[in-house]
Design a protein around this ligand. Sequence first.
Ligand code: ZN
Length: 89
Amino acid sequence: MRKIITKRLNRICSLCKKPIHVLVYSKGYSGGHYFGKIPFFTKRALDEAVKAGSHESKILGRSFQVMNKSPIPYKFEEYWECPKCYWNK
Ligand SMILES: [Zn+2]
């Protein structure tokens, strides 16, 4: 069965800021790598969260530093990487 292109998206690579031309098919997409939406924080929200400190917490036998206060994101944005950045990691 041939792939049907349902949409063309123009996105910016989150790493190198180069434009990515994404082709969306009826099943899947190509041209870029999508990691989902990631939160963005203001510097103030981050500073407040850092000031509140963190504590150690054990999850599945491993120790993690968990922030006492989670910063509140002011926006969520799609995170894309172009194939070049994706494969050069
Ligand atoms: Zn890139």
